[in-house]
Design a protein around this ligand. Structure first.
Ligand code: FMN
Length: 417
């Protein structure tokens, strides 16, 4: 954990057991999926007086008035975490990336809280932070500093969570095994249909310990829609074929995507983020890898685009979609979801992806058909989706395994505040 060592700051009667659990949970949550594997998340452990008072206040708890600086709150036996978006790590090339970042943070938050719950630290309250609440704005005008001076400048707080120790715990080993088995698989899938009972189970909302997916006072929902009929899969493939090239032909978006493509495994490991060509396209012979590296470079792509190379790549992706036995769309029931709904959507995605992994299924998101409003609207209309789609993916059983992508050190996302 960076910034301040918790053992230096945590009161003697609190924190050691939680610190251990938090470290374990952060290790687990680091394996969450994120767009381009950019890992745009952070989590602050509120230990300091300012941070604990702010967290308690946001959660509507009474704040104790003992010695200033003690960090005393109504929940002295409890802990507070603040989930954040790390703006230094976010994707920015497309307006739709804003939602993808919140979804990624929601997925991270879900895994983090789930891991803490399995270690006997379930969340008991969650409160989302209004992006610019005048009432909470400190005098220096920095809206993000309500959690004190140790709060990183680049972090935008998303929600505050309180956790209390409980004697009930869960199966941490099983969670960890599932997390490590979950990888984006961009290869071909077996054509045989997926058992409808498995899909039905995946569509059902599961009660969970994290409170991020749904809290007691949260009544909006995420709808899971599986796309299995030939005509519907053909409709998705048609959209990918017609519009999937936009990613490659959009200068800024492709430059940003390309900045996450790593030269080789060693480069990916050194960066701790992004992906290799092997993770994107499966195993490649050295000459093919060399050719792809040249073809995908933004400068070459600008030239090749005139010859329609981006359309060839889109058609290849469309063929993969067409041959997959299913796709899945996650939709908000609300046409204009706020930040809270989007973060919660990310938590639902994490839950879905883990459950699919347990069922022996793999996913390959196809976000390009959601990133432009006209294409997304056509997708929603052609599939008759209920509400606004925020995640679309191929779904099936893998033919080939894919190498896991690399991660930044888990401690990078943790701060004591
Ligand atoms: C919101 C979101 C959107 C994504 N969109 C795409 C996508 O369009 N294409 C793709 O190949 N992978 C996509 N991914 C998968 C990420 O690239 C992947 O999670 C990341 O590289 C980490 O790899 P892993 O899932 O194998 O751990 C998306 C992931 C998330 C969370």
């Amino acid at each position: 954990m960076t910034s301040t060592s918790p053992s230096q700051s945590a009161p003697a009667n609190r924190g050691v057991a939680f610190e251990d659990a938090l470290q374990v949970a952060a290790e687990a949550a680091a394996y969450s999926p994120s767009s381009h594997n950019c890992q745009p998340w952070g989590v602050g452990w509120a230990i300091g007086a300012v941070a604990r008072h702010a967290a308690a206040k946001l959660l509507g708890e009474s704040v104790g008035h003992t010695a200033a600086g003690s960090g005393h709150t109504a929940q002295d036996d409890g802990e507070y975490l603040v989930l954040a978006l790390d703006r230094e790590r976010q994707l920015t090339a497309l307006p739709s990336h804003e939602a993808e970042m919140l979804i990624s943070c929601g997925a991270y938050g879900e895994v983090l809280l789930r891991s803490l719950a399995t270690q006997g630290w379930p969340a008991d309250r969650v409160r989302f932070v209004d992006p610019a609440p005048a009432a909470h704005r400190p005098k220096d005008g920095n809206t993000d500093r309500i959690f004190g001076g140790r709060w990183p400048d680049a972090w935008m707080p998303l929600c505050v969570v309180s956790l209390r120790h409980s004697d009930t715990s869960g199966d941490l080993a099983e969670l960890s095994e599932t997390l490590h088995a979950r990888h984006t698989n961009r290869g071909p899938y077996r054509p045989d249909r997926i058992d409808p009972a498995v899909l039905a189970r995946l569509s059902t909302s599961r009660p969970g310990p994290s409170l991020l997916r749904a809290g007691p006072e949260y009544d909006r929902t995420v709808i899971v829609r599986h796309v299995v009929a030939d005509a519907e899969r053909a409709a998705v493939a048609d959209l990918v074929s017609r519009h999937g090239g936009r990613d490659f032909s959009h200068r800024l978006a492709w430059r940003e995507t390309h900045s996450f493509i790593r030269h080789d495994e060693a480069d990916a490991e050194a960066h701790g983020d992004g992906f290799t060509l092997g993770q994107l396209f499966g195993p490649l012979s050295p000459p093919r890898r060399f050719g792809m590296r040249i073809a995908l470079a933004p400068r070459t792509m600008r030239i090749l685009r005139h010859g329609g190379y981006h359309r060839i790549l889109a058609r290849q992706l469309a063929a993969m979609v067409r041959r997959s036995p299913a796709a899945v769309a996650l939709c908000f029931d609300d046409e204009t979801p706020d930040a809270e709904a989007v973060v919660r959507g990310g938590a639902v995605l994490a839950d879905y992806w883990l459950e699919a992994t347990r069922a022996g299924l793999v996913l390959h998101p196809v976000s390009v058909i959601l990133q432009h409003d006209d294409v997304r609207a056509e997708l929603e209309q052609r599939l008759g989706l209920p509400g606004r789609a925020f995640f679309v993916s191929r779904l099936g059983r893998a033919v080939t395994t894919f190498p896991p992508s690399h991660r930044l050190a888990a401690s990078r996302a943790l701060r004591v505040v």
